[in-house]
Design a binder for this molecule. Structure first.
Ligand code: TYD
Ligand code: MG
Length: 489
């Protein structure tokens, strides 16, 4: 191992915190004391190619003469991907596609390659993770081999960035795909593939050719279970856009989100279903996240479930929140959240007990979203609280009703953004009633095609959704938002 870590003539270890240079890798920077901050870096970075492409001219240009990136955007032809990219790939941009192993990144980028080729573009697909034969196998599964466009996709089974860049310079593809950046290496660096130095330097090298030659570049990157991109976080700062592919490995749905996008909004999501022939756009994403046994309006459901109209960017998605409250055993009760923020669940359990008379006490509590979706918006609070209460009381919530609203520490219900859009979507899917926070304009509700019940407090909302609290005879009449009675608990 000592030879791999030893000093090489052409590399140094540069501290990412203070920029001090050392000859050897050490756990701590000698200059500033930062831990794990030393990154292997070539001493002389290869000069940017002055002769490369039109974009690299050092001559200033008038602002209004700068090429409009929208005008040159290259649509991939797969609506859900284009939507997230903001309309397509911009030449010269570098896009990182992250996701857990096995989630479908390679499938996604291969389908994107096919889309680009079908539109007349050329693609160079460098695979360091799989052999060319494996990629071919996937392509045949996706039905790409029969299409004539397949000829415009060139495969390079290599992970050495120098050779990949060389191949890209020679063939000048419209789009370069590197799968994955964690397997990429540079021959002149000693660190192993996936090390901070290798990943960073490889990315910089690829960015050089992307910007210099106007090649749109897609990098595939692995994300660890805790959600961080393996390798340096710094990678996310380097690239132009970061997309993540999420979902539960054993559930079919996949969400493609932009966490960063220099060329578009980060609000959009693409919704796919992994099937026999790769990722297919979900025809009606708004209803994709109902449980299998029919979360549709009107169906009979067990207690502990309610549908909430969430908003992913500008796209309304109706998700089914499920909860199970069960008598706990010895020790601290379990609180388990799947697809939801665990801290938020703890908070809701506390607010339910103190402000709404729903004491979950020593019960074990499980809450999850159907379909493997992950939603972080606080607007989901009311639905989670209602599902918990419904499970505890063993009273189902009316299937025609949706619930949305953020819950405050005082047990008040706070307004949510985009209420009208959410309600429209719920109405479109056949829901007839919505319990929503008070405030905003109530007069226009009729036009939305759904009855809205506007409430001011969690207690009141639960009264409407789940029925009267058992602890107190007769639930508080609608309109009474006085929380003082609840505070005596
Ligand atoms: P893959 O794209 O290899 O994931 P990643 O590159 O993120 O590691 O695909 C992962 C899974 O998708 C794999 O277990 C098989 C499955 N799959 C399908 O279900 N249908 C398909 O058509 C393809 C190509 C893959
Ligand atoms: Mg892969």
């Amino acid at each position: 191992m000592s030879s791999a870590r030893g000093p090489r003539a052409q590399t140094r270890y540069v501290c990412q915190a203070c920029a001090a240079e050392q000859l050897r890798w050490e756990g701590q920077c000698r200059a500033c004391g930062a831990w794990n901050s030393l990154v292997e870096t070539p001493v002389e970075r290869p000069r940017r190619h002055a002769s490369a492409g039109p974009a690299s001219s050092a001559r200033p240009i008038a602002l209004r003469d700068v090429a409009d990136s929208d005008a040159v955007r290259r649509p991939i032809g797969i609506g859900e991907i284009d939507r997230v990219l903001g309309g397509g790939l911009v030449p010269g941009s570098v896009v990182l596609v992250g996701g857990e192993p096995g989630i479908g990144k390679s499938t996604l980028v291969l389908q994107a390659a096919a889309g680009i080729a079908a539109a007349g573009g050329t693609v160079l697909y460098a695979t360091g993770e799989e052999s060319a034969a494996q990629v071919r196998l996937r392509a045949s599964r996706l039905g790409l081999l029969e299409t004539p466009a397949g000829e415009r996709i060139a495969l390079l089974a290599d992970s050495e960035i120098g050779r990949i860049v060389e191949a890209a310079r020679a063939s000048r593809p419209d789009v370069l795909i590197v799968d994955s950046i964690q397997t990429a290496t540079l021959d002149e660096l000693a660190g192993p593939a996936g090390s901070v130095g290798q990943v960073r330097e490889s990315t910089l090298r690829l960015m050089e050719i992307a910007k210099g030659e106007g090649v749109a570049t897609i990098l595939v990157g692995h994300v660890t279970k805790d959600g961080s991109l393996a390798g340096p976080k710094a990678l996310e700062h380097l690239v132009d856009a970061v997309l993540t592919l999420e979902g539960e490995r054993y559930a079919a749905f996949r969400l493609l989100r932009a966490v960063k996008n220099r060329y578009g909004s980060t609000d959009e999501v693409g919704v796919f279903e992994m099937g026999e022939h790769g990722l297919a756009a979900v025809a009606d994403p708004a209803r994709a996240f109902f449980a299998q046994d029919g979360g549709a309006p009107g169906s009979v459901v067990a207690p502990g479930s309610v549908v909430a109209p969430t908003l992913e960017g500008t796209r309304p998605l109706l998700v089914e929140v499920q909860a199970l409250v069960a008598p706990g055993g010895y020790g601290a009760p379990r609180r388990t959240a799947t697809g939801l923020d665990a801290n938020r669940l703890d908070l809701l359990v506390a607010v339910l007990a103190r402000r709404a008379g729903v004491g979950l006490g020593s019960h074990d509590v499980y809450a999850s979203l159907a379909g493997g979706l992950r939603v972080d918006e606080p607007a989901l609070d009311l639905a989670v609280a209602a599902a918990l209460t419904s499970s505890l009381r063993d009273r189902p919530i009316d299937r025609d009703t949706v619930a949305i609203g953020e819950v405050g520490l005082l047990g008040e219900l706070r307004p949510v953004a985009g209420l009208e859009r959410r309600l429209r979507e719920a109405a479109r899917l056949g829901f007839r009633c919505a319990v929503v926070p008070r405030g905003g304009r109530a007069d226009g509700d009729a036009a939305l095609g759904i009855e809205t019940i506007r409430v001011g407090s969690l207690r009141e909302a639960l009264g409407r959704l789940v029925g009267a609290p058992v602890e107190r005879a007769g639930h508080r009449p609608v309109g009474s938002a006085d929380p003082s009675a609840a505070e005596r608990w």
